[in-house]
Design a binder for this molecule. Structure first.
Ligand code: ADP
Ligand code: MG
Length: 567
């Protein structure tokens, strides 16, 4: 080895390594999934690079992953003949964490094992997970298409630093050797490794192979010295899951695939697998996760689907195929309608992308509608992603009615802060003669619930939606009606209860208004410029007065948002 140098891990890597080793103890086996997943990615990348440069295969185009172990030495090796890495790439990829939001993520960790284990799992521990089971890791790699002298060896004990050196390496691709810790030697076992491959990596399209050693016997049944032959057996299913017919895929397989795509430990809430032929040709497999990723509200958080063109992996996080308000959806899109050399830039210009996007949006909304039939699962979904879905009507005008049907609210019907009532529920409870859907927006649930504007509604038994999320006013400014019924803010403009009030009531109100003209005049003089108008109201039954905004005025929440934005 030449040009050997010792380098320090980036601070974040040190932190992550420390946390991982201590909090993922009960989930140690995931290291294999992570290493296989990287090896499969490396094969995908080589296949993609070879599309316009066949020579890069160096005559070895049969992509594969090999897993070997040595029980005596206590090692497990994961090898691929994928793209490999240059020296610079090794230093960059196996010494730092390039992902955005890493610092933010590390801040969220609590030190509590259980919680942190989940968080780390969702962050995607990746390559460093090898150190959960190994106290020493060696990586040998060579970038496909480079000279054999350009191989690189990386070595570390996971404690602050690593070494890199140039080595001669015949094969391209990467080999990772884990020197197992004393208490993790159980993994250097044929049966154990095989079952882990089946459990986590069955659906990986690249074959994962393990050696089977057979020793020739002599006439007496004794091993012949030097008579060993090794055959490689493919252990996983090795066909892309989404290509297989739906009827042949088990729920467990769908779930395992989700964990691979979403870098998640836990099960998805639901999924939707579709093959579409005709004008557009694509296969999609979309999932609703069971919990929020740490970067859900970050501008550059990971979102979008894994994009394949005719089974060839093109890119992760293709965000052009789903609207922002569905950014929590994970999954795969495989299509014939795009060219193999499509790039992010080209995606932005291709009109077919818009068509697929609108089809996938519809699939995703339908999937949520189906999920809504299961109250408990849907409530989990709503509590996790409801606030994101509320961005929908503003972003996707065409689907606003569909989205409205998926929204859940607190209302005076339950008087509970839990948002679990749909608009359909509301409509089914509307009073005889009621034509509108009433709502109030406030800063918090209690402020909404105890607003004086509700007095008349409570008295008459008319239900009012109690909106108290930051985004609610923004939402309501983009929702005008549901099933033909207009939304009315009870704190704005004239209060018109329409047919709910009888003629007599209306007449009585007019008479009161007349009788109080003098009082109104005096109050108006007293308040002067502070108010636009003073009126007699039948909104209230207990409180003496309340502030009302003109109908088309911006609400209090919006004003505050605009002020914060410097407007
Ligand atoms: P992620 O896979 O989410 O990017 P990892 O920690 O798993 O994060 O891997 C970090 C990076 O190291 C990968 O993005 C890839 O560039 C590189 N890498 C890891 N394993 C391999 C491999 N077997 N072949 C080529 N590159 C690899
Ligand atoms: Mg990875």
């Amino acid at each position: 080895a030449t040009r050997e140098e010792t380098l320090g891990f980036q601070t974040e890597v040190k932190q992550l390594l420390h946390l991982m080793i201590h909090s993922l103890y009960s989930n140690r086996e995931i290291f294999l999934r992570e290493l296989i997943s990287n090896a499969a990615d490396a094969c995908d990348k080589l296949r993609y690079a070879a599309l316009d440069n066949d020579a890069i295969y160096e005559g070895d185009s049969e992509l594969r992953i090999e897993i070997e172990h040595d029980a005596e030495a206590g090692t497990v090796t994961v090898r691929d003949n994928g793209i490999g890495m240059t020296r610079d790439e090794v230093i960059e990829n196996l010494g730092t964490i390039a992902r955005s939001g890493t610092a933010e993520f590390l801040k969220q960790l609590t030190g509590e094992q259980q919680k942190d284990a989940k968080l780390i799992g969702q962050f995607g521990v990746g390559f460093y997970s090898g150190f959960i089971v190994a106290d020493e890791v060696t990586v040998r790699t060579r970038k496909a298409g480079t000279e054999q002298a350009e191989g690189v060896e990386w070595h570390s004990q996971g404690e602050g630093e690593f070494t890199v050196a140039d080595v001669e390496r015949e094969a391209h691709g990467t080999e990772i050797v884990l020197h197992l810790k004393e208490d993790a030697r159980e993994f250097a076992d044929d049966f154990r490794l095989q079952s882990l491959v089946r459990k986590y990596s069955d659906h990986i399209e690249v074959p994962v192979r393990m050696p089977r050693v057979e020793t020739a016997k002599d006439e007496d049944g004794n091993d012949i010295e030097g008579g060993e032959t090794v055959t490689w057996e493919t252990v996983n299913e090795a066909t892309a899951l989404w290509v297989r017919p739906k009827s042949e895929i088990t729920d467990d397989e769908y779930k395992a695939f989700y964990k691979h795509v979403a870098h998640d430990f836990s099960d998805p809430l639901t999924w939707s697998h579709n093959k579409v032929e005709g004008k557009l040709e694509y296969t999609s497999l979309l999932y609703v996760p069971g919990r929020a990723p740490f970067d859900l509200y970050e501008r550059d958080g990971a979102r979008g689907v894994k994009l394949y063109v005719q089974r060839v992996f093109i890119m992760d996080d293709a965000e052009q195929f789903l609207p922002l308000y569905l950014r929590f959806i994970k999954g795969v899109l495989d299509t014939r309608d795009l060219s193999l050399n499509v790039s992010r830039e080209l995606l932005q210009q291709d009109p077919k992308v818009e068509k697929i996007k609108s089809a996938l949006t519809k699939r995703a909304l339908d999937m949520l509608k189906k999920l809504a039939k299961d109250d408990e699962a849907y409530q989990t979904f709503w509590n996790t992603f409801g606030a994101v879905l509320k961005e929908g009507p503003a972003e996707d005008y065409a689907n606003r009615e569909k989205i409205a049907g998926l929204l859940r609210f607190s209302t005076t019907h339950t008087d509970s802060a839990t948002q679990d009532q749909s608009l359909a529920d509301y409509v089914s409870r509307m009073k005889e003669g009621q034509e509108k859907i009433y709502y109030i927006v406030a800063d918090g649930f209690n402020a909404a619930k105890s607003s004086p504007h509700l007095e008349i509604f409570r008295k008459k038994g008319i239900e009012v939606l109690l909106l108290h999320d930051r985004i609610d006013e923004w939402l309501m400014s983009h929702l005008t009606e549901f099933e033909g019924k207009r939304f009315v803010d009870v704190a704005k403009g004239e209060l018109d209860l329409g047919e709910i009030e009888g003629e007599e009531e209306k007449k009585a109100q007019e008479e009161t208004a007349k009788a109080k003209e003098d009082l109104v005049k005096r109050v108006k003089e007293g308040l002067g410029e502070e108010v636009q108008e003073v009126k007699v109201t039948h909104r209230l039954t207990d409180s003496p007065a309340c502030v009302v905004l003109p109908e088309h005025e911006m609400g209090f929440q919006m004003r505050r948002i605009m002020e914060a934005a410097g407007q």
